[in-house]
Structure formats: structure tokens, C-alpha cells
Design a binder for this molecule. Sequence first.
Ligand code: FAD
Ligand code: NA
Length: 378
Amino acid sequence: MDLLIVGSGFFGLTIAERAAAAGRKVTVIDRRHHIGGNAYSEDEPTTGIEVHRYGAHLFHTSNATVWEYVNRFTTFTNYVHRVYSTHKGVVYPLPINLGTINQFFQAAYSPDEARAVIAEQAGEFDANEATNLEERGIGLIGRPLFEAFIKDYTAKQWQTDARELPASIISRLPVRYNYDNRYFNDTWEGLPTDGYTAWLERMADHPNIDVKLEVDFFDESQPLNKKATVGRLPVVYTGPVDRYFDYAEGELGWRTIDLEQEVLDVGDFQGTSVMNYPDADVPFTRIHEFKHFHPERADRYPTDKTVIMREFSRFAERGDEPYYPVNTAADREGLLAYRELAKGEQDVLFGGRLGTYQYLDMHMAIGSALSMWNNQLA
Ligand code: FAD
Ligand code: NA
């Protein structure tokens, strides 16, 4: 074996694929029972509907190198992501656009009229001087829209009132002064035609790649554990960086989500793939309905059943799946200390969203793995 990769998410699999193509022998270990990290999906057994096990995953990128690379393993559908929001019993389009504004104010503003209305409402606070998230949000888009669509939604995500949250959580709140409600602005967008797992498996399908599942790098009863491998062969580690150093510089904070899946005896529950619930009296933040990610599969998906997933957000405890970095000042200080420790680790490279403690979209994880391969491993 020439290289050990800890973690079979998009970061680890991209390194493995490149290394194998270059003739290296690679072993990938993952502590889960499946490959693919958080992008893993599987068919719900009673309906055959593909469910993204760790929350809805939409692929989008403007990076031509990444787009060319991923198309070696899968084709993409022409799915275009759109999100709606149910506020006080009325459905509005997101991101906030002229359609949202005119529906909310029961008006027919032109783009310039809407701009003037929102600018006046946003005058209540100077967003740059805001001392908390509420002041910042109102300073950016005005009180009515902020309170309807952002305030309680964000409070639910963080389990913290908007007045107690730092202004820095929101840098921008883009408002579109036209009726475009396409969620992503990227050049390319779509879902893998045969599903995420087929794509992930094709990346790992090479005689030079050996994948070992249900192997934890820190389990010393396993032959490929940290003690037995580090310093003896090159390692790419994509697990949590604080765990690698046994939390020596403290635990980095993460938010996690709880996903409650339900199979319903109805052909179509909400008419779209993602519905946000921004109001405080609804405990979840969103509902995903998976069949809508693949309208082209209508002929093989059931017409009398659907799969939905309610998403709840909370702070992660040790043992929960870490999803989004909390990134407090203390976290950032801890991260710097871990980066120093990481520099001192002989022949170990840290990568991916957990290994670098940052939120990465799939195309970013893949792009960063391609760079690591080219610059540090090839
Ligand atoms: P991961 O996929 O997390 O893979 C890391 C792997 O390492 C895991 O399989 C884990 O089991 C393994 N591991 C950890 N510790 C150990 C250990 N000790 N021993 C062995 N194995 C270990 N991206 C998009 O582009 N579009 C989206 O719509 C999107 N939606 C998302 C929604 C949610 C809720 C979340 C959390 C993420 C979303 N992402 C999305 C981001 C996407 O999931 C990441 O870009 C991708 O997971 C990054 O891959 P990775 O390899 O860095 O990490
Ligand atoms: Na303002």
C-alpha cells in the first residue's frame, strides 16, 4: 500500500481516484457501513425513491475543472433547484425576490419601486454598525421581510434568539429585484442521473483502490489505526481535526441536524422538493420531498406514495454527526492551534470539511482534493 486515506467522502474518494489512476495502491477506510460520506444516498425500500441519507444534496458548480472531472463518473439531470417558504399559512418563493415582495406586501411594485421600499425599511438600522443578528438583518432588508423569513428560521437553526446571535453570522442577505427564483447561480447544476451512490462507487471502482468499511482510524484493535500507520506511510485524513489530536486544544463546535423520515400514502405531499418553515411555532426548519428531485423518474416512482424528511437543527454533542461549523472566536483560535499541530505531523495531510473545519459544498471538496493531489501528492 502506498497511501492510506481516512474517510470515503468526496474528498477522500477524489484523492483515491487520482492516486489509483497514477498507479499508486490506495486503501480507503471509513467508520461508516457505506462509502460516500454525507453525500451517500439509498433507495427507500418500500417505494424505491432515492433518499439523501444525510440531508438533501444538490450539485452545482462554476468550476470547469471540477465539472469536467465529475462528468467522468456520472451524467447529470437538468434539475434546477428552487425553494419555497411557508410563512403564516402562505407559501412564498425564495430566495427573496420581486415575487416574494409583491406577494408579501400585496403589491405590484416595479423593480425600482421595490428597491426604494426595501431601502426605506432597511434604514431602521445601519447594517455595518449592527451589534447583533437582528439589527443586521433589519439593516439589510428591513423589518417586515426579516421578521417573516429570516429571524425565527435562523433562531431555530441556532437555537438562539436573533438578538443574542452575532451580526457576523449573516454577511449578505441578497434580494433579487426580478422574478428569478433559481436557487443557485452557478454555471452547471443537476443531480447525478443514477443517484449519488452509483457516482461514488464508480470513483472507487479501480483495481488499485481497496475500500474497508466499518474501520475506525482510532480503534487500536484495527490493523490500520493511527498508531500503526502514521509515520510509516503517507496518510490523508478527512475526519475531524480535533479528534485526531485527541481534543488537545479543545473541542471545535458544530451544529448537527436531526432528520425524521416518513413514507406517506399520498402521491404528492407538497408539490416541490424543499419547503422552508420559517415560523417559530413549527419545530422543524424544512421538509424535503425526495421524489421531486427526480421528475424524470416519474415512470418508476410510485404515484400513490411519497417520502418526506423533516429537518431539525441543533448544537452537536460529542457522538453526533458534525454538520456545520459553529465558528465562534474560540473555535477559530482552536483551529489555528490545530493547524500548527497538523504541520508537525509527519506525512499526514488534513483535508475535507472535517479535517479543515469548514463548510464545503461538494464541488469545493472535490476541487480542494484535486489541488491537494496536484500540489502535494502527485
Ligand atoms: P464527508 O462527506 O463528511 O466524509 C468524511 C468521511 O470520513 C465520512 O464518511 C466519515 O465517516 C469518515 N470518517 C470520519 N472519521 C473517521 C474515522 N475516525 N475513521 C474512519 N473514517 C472516518 N454540498 C453541496 O454541494 N450541495 C448540497 O446541497 C449540500 N448539502 C448538504 C447538506 C448537509 C446537511 C450537509 C451536512 C452537507 C451538505 N453538502 C452539500 C456538503 C457535502 O456533504 C460535503 O461537501 C461533502 O460531504 C464533503 O466531503 P468530505 O469528504 O470532506 O466529508
Ligand atoms: Na440599513
